[in-house]
Structures are given as C-alpha cells and as structure tokens.
Design a protein around this ligand. Structure first.
Ligand SMILES: NC(=O)c1ccc[n+]([C@@H]2O[C@H](COP(=O)([O-])OP(=O)(O)OC[C@H]3O[C@@H](n4cnc5c(N)ncnc54)[C@H](OP(=O)(O)O)[C@@H]3O)[C@@H](O)[C@H]2O)c1
Length: 281
C-alpha cells in the first residue's frame, strides 16, 4: 500500500505514517531476547509500504539501532527514511558529533535522513549544539534535522541559529494527550500553532496510546469507527493523520497492528468528525 506523504519545508517528502522502535531491543539497556521478532516486524512493515523508521541512540542503549540495521540491510537505502536522535544529555558540541557517528556505525549507514535533538538541555548552550548540527548537515552525515519535546520558545531559539530547514518537532500527542504530555504541557495551546506557522511538522509520539483501548470505548468513537468500518484505534490514529503537517510513528510488533495502522492512513475524516474528535479531550 502507498502511504500518503507530505512535503515539509520544501525540503523533504515524508510519509504520514512511520514506524516507532522504542522498547524493541530493550529500554535503557539492551535486551536481545526478542531480536528476531522485532527485525521481522520492521521488515513486515517495510514490505507493506512503510519507509520511515524512527529510532534513537538511547533505545536499548544503542541496540535498537543495531536491529534497524539488520532489518534494512537488504532494502534500497535511498528509498528509506531513517530518523535517529541524540540524547538531551549529549548536546555539548563534541558529544553531538560523537553520538551521530556512533549512531551511523550502529545503523551501518552513511547518513541519517533526519537527526533529532531528543529533548532540550538547559545546561548546554543551544548555540554549541547547533554548531555541531550545522556541521553534520554540511558534511552530509545528516540530511535534515529536527527537535523533540521542545517548547515553542526553545524551537524559536533554534530557528535563530541555523539556515537549514527545521523539519519536525516530535511530541507526545494523541487523542487523549493534548496539553497534558509527560514532557510538554502545551502542545495544542502553544507548540503546534508556533511550529505550523513556521512550516515545521509535528511528529506524534505515543500516537496509539501505548495500545490502551479502554479510553477509546466512547459512543462518539464507536459511531465514527462503525461509519468507517474501522477499529477505534484506527480512528484515534486517523485523527492525527488527517491533521495538517502531522506525522505519526506508532510502535507496532504484531502483524495485526502493522496492517491496521497502515490501513488507517486511507481513512478520511470529514470536518465535522475532526471537530468532534478535536473537542473530545
Ligand atoms: N521523542 C520522544 O521523546 C519519544 C518518546 C516515546 C516514544 N517515541 C517514539 O514514538 C514511538 C511510538 O510511541 P510508543 O511506542 O511510546 O507508543 P505507541 O506507539 O502509542 O504504542 C505502542 C503500543 O501500541 C500497540 N499498538 C500499535 N498499534 C496498535 C493498534 N492499531 N491497536 C492497538 N494497539 C496497537 C503496540 O503493540 P505491539 O507492539 O504488540 O504491536 C505497542 O504495545 C516510539 O516507538 C518511539 O519511536 C519518542
């Protein structure tokens, strides 16, 4: 299936649905007990039209990136989009450079399509971090850069320090997490309007509520799901995917979830349905 794409900052075309990898291969330390299962899940997603994989240096303390390398080995690298992230505690100049090269090594790739600052760090001058990002961009080790968990003010500060297009701000965002995220508290109130006014996309992390289906058992969601012959979770995901300049990166291991989420990219919600869901939380 072809997943719809959006062009961001006239610089990159990205599919609205990507593949999240948190907890594949461990949390803060490696867990190799289910490697084959996760590699297979990534490959199943790639075989069914996914071409963007989101990972990070801290996932499995690097092991998740190694699993991504295994999964993509036999695919045409140029057709894939690989996002990784440098931890917020590695934002000093030399740490960013080292972290990027270590990610490239683990991913066995010459470049990252998108490199994100995983979270802001008020203890490191952002000028120093952006000097490293600008160099990595110039040298071609990263094609594009973005942010994650940055406030509107912090995003504005970054914009002042580079001429490169800022592609995305990755934020906790789903049907029930709006201005009440664990890290960002003002996503709908402040961050999204600011980012969108600057052409910066929003990448929703935790887009399928970590698989929690109970909060979705509501008459409005049941009604919209029935109308579209969809599951309630597909409607929750479609609500994000129908928003302008918005991408989602659910983590999905089971074949059922992979196929369900890919199918959700074809669900068109009308203005009335979007308004009702907008006002749900
Ligand atoms: N930037 C950041 O700070 C940050 C923070 C957290 C996450 N992330 C990124 O965002 C990605 C997604 O977030 P997340 O993994 O925390 O949460 P999530 O994607 O909302 O939830 C993943 C869970 O939902 C289940 N699931 C997937 N599709 C489903 C469906 N259609 N119906 C029911 N359950 C479904 C998965 O099950 P199965 O795996 O069993 O299929 C898994 O247990 C991460 O993997 C990571 O790449 C970024």
């Amino acid at each position: 299936m072809i997943i719809p794409e959006i062009t961001i900052q006239d610089a990159i075309s990205m599919p609205i649905l990507g593949f999240g990898t948190w907890e594949m291969g461990g949390r803060q330390s490696p867990d190799k007990s289910e490697d084959d299962k996760f590699v297979r899940a990534m490959q199943l997603a790639l075989e069914n039209g996914i071409r963007h994989i989101d990972t990070a240096a801290i996932y499995g303390n690097g092991h998740t990136e190694e699993l991504v390398a295994r999964a993509i080995k036999t695919y045409n690298r140029e057709k894939l989009l690989i996002t990784s992230k440098v931890s917020g505690d590695q934002l000093a100049y030399h740490d960013v450079i080292n972290a990027a090269h270590n990610s490239l090594k683990r991913l066995q790739t010459a470049y990252l399509d998108l490199y994100l600052l995983h979270w802001p760090n008020p203890d490191v001058p952002i000028e120093e971090t952006m000097k490293a990002i600008n160099e990595l961009l110039e040298q071609g080790f990263i094609k594009h850069f973005g942010l994650s968990n940055f406030s509107a003010e912090q995003t504005a500060e970054v914009l002042r320090l580079t001429d490169a297009p800022l592609i995305t701000n990755q934020l906790e965002y789903n049907l029930f997490t709006r201005n009440n995220g664990r890290i960002t508290e003002d996503v709908e109130a402040s961050i999204i309007p600011f980012c969108q006014s600057k052409g910066i996309s929003i990448t929703a992390w935790r887009p399928v509520l970590k698989g929690a289906t109970n909060p979705l058992q509501q008459p409005l969601i049941n009604e919209i799901a029935a109308k579209h012959e969809a599951t309630r979770m597909q409607i929750a995901l479609a609500w994000l995917l129908n928003k302008p300049l918005t991408l989602a990166i659910p983590k999905m291991t089971s074949e059922k979830h992979i196929l369900e989420n890919i199918a959700a990219t074809a669900i068109k919600l009308d203005t009335n349905e979007m308004d009702l869901l907008d006002n749900l939380a």
